[in-house]
Write a protein that binds this ligand. Sequence first.
Ligand SMILES: [Zn+2]
Length: 235
Amino acid sequence: MTFKPALIIVDVQEDFCPPDGALQVPGGRDIVPVINELLKLPFPLKIATQDWHPEDHISFASNHPPPNNIPFESTITFKNPIDPAEKPQTTRLWPVHCLRGSDGRGSDGAKLVPELNFPKEDKVHRIVKKGEDKRVEMYSAFADPFEKPAVKSDLAKILREENITDVYCTGLAADYCVYYTALHAAEKGFTTWVVKDAQKPVKQENMKEVEETYKQDKYKIKMVSKDEVLQKIKQ
Ligand SMILES: [Zn+2]
């Protein structure tokens, strides 16, 4: 297959960025100029994802009773809603973030940061929403974490329809949504790259394990710098 890359910009939303975000990733806003440089490249497909939660979402600490409802600390275990026999998933709880709002237009915190420089008339540019089902956490922009997912986005379908071979992942956060999106992309057979200077983690200490996992034979995900991507995509 001919090399046809897609750029995926994961969750670069106000709530994940300083100074006002509800779930700020340290330095989250600093990656925007790097992503803007990537957006100028002739990627045939550029996709942004948006965390997009209802108020009663399972990942919000405030939706659970004490004592296990401390944001950033507590975890909960949840079952696959369509297959309760599947091994349950344990997930961290967070402050309320990225509310889609009752009118579906999104809270201020759910908005993509305005400095992102999307090409205005770019017909290939798409936005994929994630985390809309209150019953499951959905870090990956492809699906919930279950083996037989209860919730899937259109992302895999969009990539396949466009005959994409390679996926370049950027965004927030490097140790959660970028990470799980990259793993799913590789599992689905796309050659997967993570642009290391176009992402930031919630916790730097998580990155060692993230990078070790990327190297596994099962995934073969490569970390590249923005400059390496500039070289490759210009060719
Ligand atoms: Zn979320």
